[in-house]
Design a protein around this ligand. Structure first.
Ligand code: PPS
Length: 568
């Protein structure tokens, strides 16, 4: 049955009095600390944004979603909404049990009555939901390298909304939005989904969409989780607020959606349409490459740019929302106006600036023309994206013990300090093990904890405009990749492979450890009795055999210069 757009949508919250009582009882239950993504999912489950789901999906609903975009009872639902947990937690709980779901401060937000516990086939989920089991896809990478190995499913009882301290007045639940539309007498409303700042092309597109659909406009940006590397939502909301007065206030509204995007292209577009239907929208804009994750590991687009429009077209009736589809908007110089790319007058000059090009111009402090964006938006973006030579970054050396990482890292630190401008911090393997990780050994688990700690500290340094130089062995590709992601959210990550061979390191044996490792006196020694996965495509590879330290450090400096991170 298609949901009415005007009636309230069912929520999963219990009454305030029952919630207080429940909270006390729930304190004794086993509890799971939700990840940031799970908090986003839970919020939309509880407030009806994910209607008709009543909790985290059961195994049957998950299988149906993965296989054919439908839950076990045939309801259209294209994206898995699952509670992934660690093996250790999964071992402690069984179906039939209740658990408390807490936010990152420990506040109990909901109770989950576990109906199912299973180990998912993640490769199949990746293939069918995201189109390829390719780690270049951010959600596939999340699935394999961040999400826990076991899924729990079952209905939830909502106790309280996750707390937001930012932009409270701009956040609306589906029922708040429905009530707002009723109050305003808006009957036809078209939603514009976005994870990027709004520039002139977007404004033109939204104007045209509203006109075409004869509808009011809801600018409905995602502020939960978007693609790693996107402009942070604080900056984006300031940008949205800056352009809002270019829209007629009586016909346009801005509301923030705390969704954790998966970047699943066509399936995600269908999901977005369902979520917008739940928020009381009647129309939904789908443009070029909706929720596209960019290129795969072969350098090709994951999805056809208009596949999302095709899939939404097939399902819009069933969802009960009408798609307003658009081709890419481009600026036609002779007309000084934006046109959909397929309506450009023949023989005219088309101007466009891609996302990558925009980031380059911001990074290098270059001009961003007026035809492309609004001065207010550019000003905000420049405030948070200073030119690269003023941003923080991390140089991450990796290599075998005794390969020369620390020596080169020290030389590099001194050279950067000599240049001045930004504070430099060296996180050397041995130093970290002494001050941050003294309780850890060299098992895979402990090495991963050690590297993630280094990554966390480096990401904080990078975020705050400093230079972090890390020099651990970091033998595992997946862990280095996780660190890269942590850091690239705030600045550049330069992986330097110190590619000294095991034979050479053993010959040098500066600390006498290789000898002990060969004698079996040190267990799990990298390169001897433990693996080292050499990076496939580091930003730089240096060979220390036959070259001196100064030259190696110089190579790093030249790389940093070429990347625009330091000025000669
Ligand atoms: S890891 O894998 O990245 O966590 O290792 P890391 O913290 O960089 O290791 C720091 C130093 O520990 C010494 N050491 C060992 N290395 C490898 N395997 C084993 N089992 C081991 N036991 C002790 C070694 O000297 C490392 O220092 P570097 O500077 O790399 O020589």
């Amino acid at each position: 049955m298609t949901l009415s757009n005007t009636a309230p949508i069912p929520e999963l919250y219990i009454s305030h009095e029952s919630a207080l009582k429940m909270k006390h009882e729930a304190a004794a239950l086993p509890s799971w600390d939700l990840t940031p993504r799970q908090i986003c999912d839970l919020e939309l489950l509880m407030n009806g944004g994910f209607h008709p789901l009543k909790g985290f999906q059961s195994e049957a609903d998950y299988n149906g979603t993965v296989e054919n975009m439908r839950t076990a009872d045939g309801t259209l639902w294209p994206i898995p909404v699952t509670l992934d947990v660690s093996q250790a937690f999964a071992d402690k709980v069984e179906p039939g049990q209740d658990i408390a779901l807490r936010d990152q401060e420990g506040v109990i937000l909901a109770i989950l009555s576990i109906s199912d516990k299973w180990v998912p086939n993640k490769a199949r989920e990746a293939e069918l939901v995201f189109g390829a089991d390719d780690l270049a896809h951010p959600a596939v990478n999340y699935l394999h390298n961040v999400a826990g190995p076991v899924y729990l499913g079952g209905p939830i009882i909502g106790i309280q909304q996750p707390v937001h301290y930012d932009f409270r007045a701009r956040r609306d639940t589906p029922n708040e939005l429905r009530a707002f539309f009723r109050k305003m007498g808006w009957r036809r409303i078209v939603a514009f989904q976005t994870r990027n700042p709004l520039h002139r092309a977007h404004q033109e597109l939204t104007f045209r969409a509203a006109k075409e659909a004869e509808a009011n406009l809801l600018i409905h940006p995602v502020v939960g989780m978007t693609k790693p590397g996107d402009v942070d939502h604080f900056t984006r909301v300031r940008c949205y607020e800056a352009v809002l007065d270019k829209y007629p206030t009586s016909t346009t509204h801005l509301s923030l959606l705390n969704l954790a995007m998966r970047m699943a292209g066509p399936r995600e577009a269908v999901w977005h349409a369902i979520i917008r239907k739940n928020h009381g929208l009647t129309h939904f804009i789908v443009g070029r490459d909706h929720a596209g994750p960019g290129k795969n590991s072969q350098g090709k687009d994951f999805y056809d740019p208009y596949a999302a429009q095709e899939l939404v077209a097939q399902h819009q009736k069933e969802i009960g929302i009408e798609m307003v589809d658009f081709k890419q908007m481009v600026f036609v110089q002779e007309k000084a106006q934006y046109y959909p790319v397929d309506e450009v007058p023949a023989g005219s000059t088309v101007l466009d600036i891609s996302g990558t090009e925009l980031r380059r111009r911001l990074r290098e402090g270059l001009e961003i023309p007026d035809w492309f964006s609004f001065p207010e938006v550019v000003k905000e973006l420049r405030r948070t994206s200073p030119p690269r030579s003023k941003q923080g970054f991390t140089v991450f050396f990796t290599g075998l013990s005794g390969s020369g990482k620390s020596t080169i890292a020290n030389a590099l630190m001194v050279k950067l300090m000599e240049m001045g401008g930004r504070p430099v911090t060296l996180l050397d393997g041995d130093v970290v093990r002494k001050h941050l990780s003294s309780e850890l050994g060299f098992s895979k688990e402990h090495r991963d904890i050690n590297i993630r700690r280094i990554g966390y500290v480096a990401s904080e340094i990078t975020k705050n405009g400093g230079i972090a130089i890390c020099a651990p062995i970091a033998p595992y590709t997946a862990t280095r990749r996780a660190v890269r992601e942590m850091i690239e959210a705030f600045g550049a990550f330069i992986e330097v492979h110190v590619a000294t061979s095991i034979e050479e390191c053993e010959k040098r044996d500066r600390k006498g450890l290789y000898k002990l490792a060969r004698e079996g006196k040190i267990k799990e020694f990298t390169g001897i009795s433990d693996p080292y996965e050499a990076p496939d495509a580091p930003e730089l590879r240096v060979d220390t055999e036959g070259t001196d330290v100064d030259y190696c450090a110089q190579q790093v400096i030249l790389k940093l210069e070429a990347m625009g991170l330091i000025k000669a």
